[in-house]
Design a protein around this ligand. Structure first.
Ligand code: ADP
Ligand code: MG
Length: 628
């Protein structure tokens, strides 16, 4: 570095850094204890990075020293010191790491802080602070001034000090330090001297940093404060629910408890310890500390990857937790973890344990399972459409609303259990939402026959899922909108008024069908009568040879310019609208209005109407005529 860096000249912070310091100092007063969590977290990161370095390099300062975090305080001088013997920093690293904030991180933090300020006071700023690489600066909530003395693990690097009083500038100067690591010496503000008390420090450490994987020593006698035992390596029978919940919160900084968790401790087929959690909500967003999907991967207690994405399929990426295996080679590089065959076995095991965890939740805690389903059901459905190895393992997790139980979640087993003996298939209907699906004319015939129909009304995932979900326990899935749907005979429902469409003389309807065809022209591929409708006057069905309804929905999502193939308009000859239309002379202008409106109603119900508001003037005309 240049000469100026070794003499103590004031170096100005960038404007953004200044702004962040302001936010931290002025808006977090009641939560300022979290500064200690941030400093301990940085110390812990520095120790982890050193451990990782030592896998391949022993030629460093103090190679044999026990790794730990040391906290001392002095009430008389009102100082607090947080020290570690981690990786350390040389002068230019200090300038780089403590003097500047990654531009993107700083901006994101300022935006987030503003949003929080606008919504719910500043209560949660403490939750996000670690997320943007600005954690270190939280020390200025309690510090009059700060002196960071650090020495890198590299033998050739000299010690240096970074000094700042929280103003607009900092400085860097040479320093004396013979041991490896970093010491942060805090001159406490008058109103923050409580942080030079042992009781206070212990309370804050147990609350926020209990599971930090290195010993935290405190006070003159250097007693260890934190639990430190890796929770995942303990005997599951000896860990209580509250410990898991606390561990989860320290891992993710989620302020809600997890919905459920599982603790794996196995020797075969692979040696593994793992603790895995389902959050209670999908958004990790602002408040979480985990920046990406993925699990923390340790090999023999050493952190190999912070966000390992190769241990679970993508659709289970919301699962949080820690995995530790003795079977992974220690000197495996972060890059080739992926190629390791142990990884494949770990993934298989973890995936099946996670699915079991959800199955157990469904059986034991229905209410929490409903919460799970609302939060993550889409991921599971997506899993069904993409999982190549044993997707059927996911089927028991699926939940649906149905025509008979529109307000409750039914599993496929619930559905099968309720189905009459004569029923041979699982019926479903596709739609854009439950509300419009239940009024679909396609349901007329199934309803009349007393069959329950599953509502597949998540347009973004259900059509994809159905491309894979073809059968469950020997029963095939059938779309009730299929024109040629065959229903098993139901003797009871054949009431006497039920006349077969074929018994109505065809020629009596031909002129009306013709009128429809002439008027609708190439908007439909055909018009015909059907016996499948009861309460509805008409419906649209796919012409044979068109891609099936699921495929059409998939295309609609994937191809912007997808034009749905023309459909067949089916009419219900028993419906009074049709019988009345049939007896109207062609010349009656109500006829043309009614035909167009009937057709557009069917488009609307299929979610295919491009401009529903355009119907209003026609409807008004019809009302006028009806009132005449
Ligand atoms: P983050 O931890 O998210 O990167 P911080 O503001 O907390 O952001 O810390 C900034 C950087 O300063 C760290 O990334 C690290 O490089 C460096 N740093 C902070 N504390 C230490 C420490 N005790 N030992 C070594 N490096 C540290
Ligand atoms: Mg940090």
């Amino acid at each position: 570095m240049s000469d100026s860096s070794t003499t103590s000249t004031a170096i100005p912070f960038k404007a953004e850094t200044r702004q962040i310091l302001d936010i931290l100092i002025h808006s977090l007063y009641t939560e300022r204890e979290i500064f200690l969590r941030e400093l301990i977290s940085n110390a812990s990161d520095a120790l982890t990075r050193l451990e990782f370095e030592m896998l391949t390099n022993q030629d460093i300062i103090d190679p044999g020293a026990e790794l730990g975090i040391r906290i001392t305080y002095d009430q008389n001088t009102k100082t607090l010191t947080v020290g570690d013997n981690g990786i350390g920093m040389n002068e230019s690293e200090m300038r780089e790491n403590l003097g500047t904030i990654a531009h993107s991180g700083a901006r994101a933090f300022i935006t987030a802080a503003k949003e929080i300020g606008q919504s719910s006071g500043n209560g949660r700023l403490s939750d996000i602070i670690g997320q943007f690489g600005v954690g270190f600066y939280s020390v200025f909530m309690v510090a009059e001034n700060v002196r960071v003395i650090s020495r890198s693990y590299r033998k050739e690097d000299a010690a240096a000090a970074w000094v700042c009083a929280g103003g607009d500038t900092y400085s860097i100067e040479p320093a004396e330090k013979s041991t490896r690591g970093t010491e942060i010496i805090i001159q406490l503000k008058e109103d923050a001297v409580e942080f030079a008390q042992e009781y206070m420090l212990r309370t804050v450490i147990t609350k926020h940093s209990d599971f930090v994987p290195y010993p935290i020593y405190i006070g003159a006698n250097q007693e260890q404060v934190n639990k430190r035992t890796a929770l995942w390596r303990q005997n599951p029978r000896q860990v209580e629910k509250k410990d898991y919940n606390e561990f989860y919160k320290q891992l993710t900084l989620d302020f809600d408890d997890p919905l459920t968790y599982t603790h794996i401790s196995a020797d075969a087929p692979v040696q593994i310890y793992a603790v895995l959690f389902s959050p209670s909500h999908p958004e990790r967003g602002m408040f979480g500390i985990r920046k990406e999907d993925g699990l923390k991967l340790y090999a023999r207690k050493i952190l190999i990857q912070d966000y390992c994405k190769d241990l679970l399929p993508d659709y289970l990426g919301f699962v949080q937790g820690v995995v530790d295996s003795e079977d992974l080679p220690l000197n495996v590089s972060r890059e080739n973890v992926q190629a390791n065959t142990v990884m494949a076995r770990l993934k298989k095991l973890i995936t099946s344990k996670v699915i079991d965890m959800f199955k157990k939740l469904a059986v034991e805690e229905a209410e929490n399972y409903a919460k799970f389903w609302l939060a993550f059901g889409r991921f599971i459905k997506h899993g069904v459409s993409v999982e190549t190895s044993e997707p059927e393992n996911l089927y028991p997790l699926l939940r649906f609303h149905t025509t008979i139980h529109p307000d409750q979640w039914s599993s496929l087993d619930d559905y099968l259990g309720r189905m009459p003996e004569r029923q041979t298939a699982i019926y479903y209907i596709l739609g854009d939402d439950d509300h419009s699906a239940v009024v679909s004319p396609h349901l007329d015939i199934v309803r009349k026959n007393g069959y329950e129909v599953i509502l597949m009304t998540d347009p973004l995932v259900d059509p994809f899922m159905l491309l894979r979900l073809k059968e469950y326990k020997g029963k095939s899935f059938q779309n009730v909108a299929q024109a040629d749907l065959k229903l098993p005979e139901n003797a009871e429902s054949q009431s006497s008024e039920d006349t077969d469409v074929h018994s109505i003389p065809v020629q009596d309807w031909l002129p009306l069908i013709d009128r429809f065809k002439r008027q609708l022209g190439d908007q439909v591929s055909d018009v015909r009568m059907t016996d499948r409708l009861a309460d509805s006057p008409a419906r649209l069905v796919d012409a044979s040879g068109s891609p099936n309804a699921e495929m059409q929905r998939v295309y609609r999502l994937l191809k912007e310019d997808f034009v749905a193939p023309k459909k067949i308009l089916e009419l219900n000859p028993r419906h009074p609208i049709l019988t009345k239309l049939n007896s109207l002379p062609d010349s009656d202008e109500r006829s043309a209005l009614a035909i167009t409106q009937l057709f557009e109603n069917t488009l609307l119900i299929e979610g295919l109407h491009k401009d529903p508001a355009s119907m209003i003037s026609r409807i008004n005309q019809l009302i006028e005529k009806a009132l005449d």
